[in-house]
Design a protein around this ligand. Structure first.
Ligand code: FAD
Length: 381
């Protein structure tokens, strides 16, 4: 170990959670973030009990529960409003250990940044290159400056430059559909949270509080498209879908809508090499349908900080991290992709998905959900 800091590329959920976890473990980290104001990004996010358990480990679970909105009920509907599947009240909490929490992404990032400590994040600073040697890593930023790091953690998302450094051959593919998200300035007015499955995709909504609702949608679309008004475009595509979908769209400010094409990217052959390691989407980008990308980034961060504290030897800790996390997360990446493909498939796969949603016995469904997202699915290393 040297006096040089651990450098984290990226102040997203994973990078900030890691900085907070390391601070609690007594290690100094410096987070380099290419954006000028990373906290500005995003709409809502669902945090499942596995991520809440990891946040408990670094003393942040209750702050996140208090700032978010607990969600225990809900199900899947058809565009005409009929329920395909409605989970029994209380059953989800019993199976998962506690309710899922929906929270505004900016609120979550603020909580993590506060826990990481002042002067930990340097914004407007993109990592461009890195050179590894036995004692450290030399990191070059976009303005040409260099700094010496004890180790480098790539938490720089799906387009990660650190991942490409470890595995230059990573391929990138469009999934065939695009996603929209926003926060509406109205409450759900008593409606149960739900996901509605239609012919080309889905629309879902979760309360963030009495007067704010997070909604998300995905639809088959050509790549790289933009509408003059994403809100009008979506309202047209979802015309005739049940309420409160229309009300939520009408209650959303047009400039609050985010649109992102959903891509797959290969998983790097290795997540760790010497003093460089990857976490979060940099290591394992996944489609959003299980609501696990951010949750797994948080778990990565907490597990990695524990391993660094336990071994005090970075190459060993990083290699153990890869060994501890790869199998579980790869399974979730595959399940997320499978769910996304089925959700956006036309007949007969779409029909099979509907039949499955209706026919799988609740205990089996909950067991499967708990294996991915339950409090017991969090295994500290
Ligand atoms: C529509 C949608 C809905 C989703 N819903 C959920 C959900 O409900 N629950 C859930 O758990 N997950 C959800 N996810 C997934 C979740 O958003 C991601 O998995 C999560 O944000 C990953 O966090 P991260 O910190 O690894 O990466 P990111 O959030 O991508 O953060 C990476 C950071 O690195 C910065 N950066 C990039 N390159 C560099 C560089 N070279 N130098 C310095 N900084 C750099 C970026 O600016 C960014 O701030 C959803 C995703 C989508 C698309």
């Amino acid at each position: 170990m040297t006096d040089a800091p651990l450098v984290i590329a990226g102040a997203g959920i994973g990078g900030l959670a890691l900085a907070a976890a390391l601070r609690r473990a007594g290690r100094r980290a410096l987070v380099l973030e290419e954006r000028d104001d990373p906290g500005e990004a995003g709409a809502g996010i669902s945090l499942w009990p596995n991520a809440l358990a990891a946040l408990d480990d670094i003393g942040l679970g209750n702050a996140v529960r208090d700032a978010g909105c607990a969600t225990s009920s809900g199900g899947i509907r058809r565009p005409d409003g009929r329920w395909l599947r409605r989970l029994s009240p209380g059953a989800v909490d019993a199976a998962l250990g506690e309710p899922m929490v929906a929270i505004h992404r900016a609120t979550l990032l603020d909580l993590l940044a506060d826990a990481a400590g002042t002067d930990t994040v340097r914004t407007g600073t993109a990592v461009r290159e890195m050179r590894r040697d036995t004692d450290g890593v030399t990191v070059t930023t976009a303005d040409g400056a260099t700094l010496t790091a004890d180790g480098l953690i790539g938490a720089d998302g799906i387009r990660s430059v650190v991942a490409r450094h470890l595995d230059p051959g990573l391929r990138w593919r469009y999934s065939g559909y695009t996603a929209w998200r926003a926060v509406a300035d109205i409450g759900l007015g008593g409606a149960e949270p739900a996901e509605t499955w239609g012919p080309d995709g889905e629309f879902g909504y979760l309360a963030l509080g009495p007067d704010r609702t997070y909604w998300f949608a995905s639809q088959l679309a050509a790549e790289d498209q933009q509408a003059d008004s994403e809100l009008d475009h979506l309202a047209d595509r979802l015309a005739g879908w049940h309420e409160p979908i229309g009300k939520l769209l009408a209650g959303t400010a047009p400039d609050a809508v985010l649109r992102h094409d959903i891509h797959d990217r290969d998983l790097p052959r290795r997540w760790a090499s010497g003093r460089v390691v990857l976490i979060g989407d940099a290591a394992h980008p996944m489609r959003p349908h299980l609501g696990q990308g951010g949750c797994q980034a948080i778990i990565d961060a907490v597990v990695l900080a524990r391993l660094i504290k336990a071994t005090n030897n970075l190459p060993t800790a990083f290699a153990r991290f890869d060994a501890a996390r790869r199998r579980t997360v790869t399974r979730i990446v595959r399940q997320s992709a499978l769910t996304g493909r089925a959700l956006h498939a036309r007949w007969p796969i779409g029909a099979a998905m509907t039949a499955l949603a209706r026919g799988v016995p609740e205990p089996l469904l909950l067991r499967q959900l708990a294996a991915v997202a339950g409090a017991n699915a969090y295994h500290p290393a």
